[in-house]
Ligand binder design. Sequence first.
Ligand code: ADP
Ligand code: MG
Length: 246
Amino acid sequence: MSRLEQTQSQYRSLRLSATAGHLGELLAQAEANELSYLELARQIAEHELAERTRRRIDRHLKQAQLPAHKPLEAFDYRHQTTITKRQVSALLDFGFIDERQNLVFIGPPGVGKTHLAIGIALKAIEAGYKVLFRTALALVEDLELAEMKGELKKRLRQLGKYDVLVIDELGYLPMTRQARYNLFQLINSLYEYRSIILTTNKDFSNWGAFFHDDAVAVPIIDRVIHHSHIFMLGGESYRLKQKTTS
Ligand code: ADP
Ligand code: MG
């Protein structure tokens, strides 16, 4: 084993694997550029830190289970005029996450609610936050299963590990009484503790009817809209527009 290889394996046993892999390159560059020892030491530390950050973001991206790659850069504000780029950009300092506030996108199908939720989620992940994306239906099934196994509390705790929970498409499908109750438990456990990004086709005035039973609807609405940024989106369905113009 060469001296370099020995050193690399020492770096590996110190769990500095990014540095280990690039040590030869880092040294060669340092020599070519006649770097000072301090500068080389700094570059090694920076390389390892940058690589770790990249890996963490990759891991968070996988964990988020976003259903599609919909970056904000692909969002067309000329089509969707009921929200401005300025409004969306203002969210990207992530004060809303730090302050445990929610985002609510309300509007008919096809107007870009899910796209915005995913786009903001992507930026949050890049900024180092942990996100989980779930449709309301999948979430309710998830909670139902946990409840049947007597593990609802445990599951709620797990869902509380993410900085942001995206709940997509609330209101599209009817829910059983138990499902509504479980959802209430979830929202209650996240209230003022984590952020929710919610998309829904139902205006709050229709939530009572959707949840059948106001005893659950009112406290859910109350907790979601308290400390939240609400965006009412309108206009034509983007899907429909694409069909008619192509
Ligand atoms: P919603 O969740 O409101 O039903 P989506 O966000 O799923 O709508 O949008 C439907 C499709 O149209 C997606 O493929 C989305 O990327 C696209 N889309 C919607 N609005 C816009 C927009 N303003 N700019 C670019 N693409 C858009
Ligand atoms: Mg949607």
